[in-house]
Design a protein around this ligand. Structure first.
Ligand code: PEP
Ligand code: MN
Length: 351
């Protein structure tokens, strides 16, 4: 439930609303706005009797949020949220943010080469996993902390903001230290204790849709992050598992406009894991931007044949460069722009 205060309501009136909400056994979240203040009521699992609150002075309107995901819904917050990953990198507004890089961080040479190449092609952020959720325990598991150090080095070299996955609480603390944005992977979308913890770290989060999660489940998982105090959440459509096996997953393009209608949070698309096949990544990346995605998360490797994970879906550098050019044209056709890559000067990387 959202209690919208009258324009010019006094602080004492807002305090009274907060007090009554707490007396009723719920949590109050005052949200001062440019025009007027609202007070969110959280902690309810069903409709709340609002008669006591409606009678308070200074209250303009009470809005019952009908969705089970409250703070994530557009009913709660009609204007789109813009998540700032790093200075100049804003996800959720008119810009399309390109996050690119290898599936895994493999070595200093590999990640720095990849970072230079994706920056030169026009990406604003670097991706690369240091903690890898692999289906087999015998597959490459990632370099761990060393991988994070290499990502930080690549950021110093290129100015790219870094997005990387955390799989558990200890890893999330480390990722928060080294990276600009914490990725919660598909396999952990419903790891609620991890979500509660990551929500307290004060870093932007990319939350990927689970392998067979519905859109409502994705939004409810995002609610965990917001309920733990983190409003900076970027959702990511990365394909879901269906009956068909011709591609790795089925890319749910419809999720983009559906999420944008149901939620104020930005949504990006990962055409790499969604398709699993290099040649299919390119058309789906184009389609995602045309559909209004706020960004693209795409795997690119300096030498895909030698990749330690997801080589088959990793773009060749030249393919990525061409793709960025195409995405620029598509974005322009719908009145958007691609977030510029950081500039390199003699003093170092800047935005
Ligand atoms: C990844 O981004 O490398 C990854 C493992 O993705 P997902 O969680 O979507 O499978
Ligand atoms: Mn991958």
């Amino acid at each position: 439930m959202l209690v919208v205060m009258k324009h010019g309501a006094k602080p004492a009136e807002v305090d009274a609303v907060v007090r009554v909400i707490e007396e009723m056994g719920y949590e109050a979240r005052p949200m001062p706005g440019a025009q007027r203040t609202a007070v969110g009521l959280v902690g309810n699992d069903g409709r709340v009797d609002s008669s006591r609150i409606e009678a308070l002075s200074g209250v303009a309107q009470v809005i019952h949020v009908t969705q089970p995901y409250k703070q994530v819904s557009r009913e709660w917050k009609p204007e789109s949220t813009i998540v700032t990953i790093a200075p100049g990198v804003h996800v959720g507004g008119n810009e399309v943010v390109i996050i690119a890089g290898p599936c895994s961080v493999e070595s200093e040479e590999q990640i720095v080469t990849a970072a230079r190449m994706v920056r030169a092609a026009g990406a604003a952020c670097l991706r690369g996993g240091a903690f890898k959720p692999r289906s087999s325990p015998y597959s490459f598991q990632g370099l761990g902390k060393k991988g994070l150090e290499l990502l930080a080095l690549a950021r110093r070299e290129t100015g790219l903001a870094v997005v990387t996955e955390a799989m558990d609480e200890a890893g999330a603390e480390l990722v928060a230290e080294y990276a600009d944005c914490i990725q919660i992977g598909a396999r952990n979308m419903q790891n609620y204790s991890l979500l509660k913890f990551v929500g307290t770290l004060g870093k932007p989060v990319v939350l990927k849709r689970g392998l067979s999660a519905t859109i409502h489940e994705l939004l409810l998982s995002a609610e965990y992050l917001l309920a733990s105090g983190n409003p900076n959440v970027i959702l990511c459509e990365r394909g879901v598992r269906t009956f068909d096996t011709v591609s790795r997953n089925m890319f749910d393009l419809t999720a983009i406009p559906i999420v944008q209608q149901l939620s104020h949070l930005p949504i990006i698309a990962d055409p790499s894991h969604a398709t699993g096949i290099r040649d299919k990544v390119i058309p789906m990346a184009r389609a995602a931007v045309a559909a209004g995605a706020n960004g693209i998360l795409v795997e690119v490797h300096p030498n895909p044949e030698r990749a330690l994970s997801d080589g088959a879906q990793s773009l060749y550098p030249e393919q990525f460069e061409q793709l960025v050019g195409e995405l620029r044209s598509i974005a322009a056709a719908i009145g958007r722009t691609i977030t510029p890559a950081p500039q390199l000067t003699s003093a170092g990387a800047t935005r």
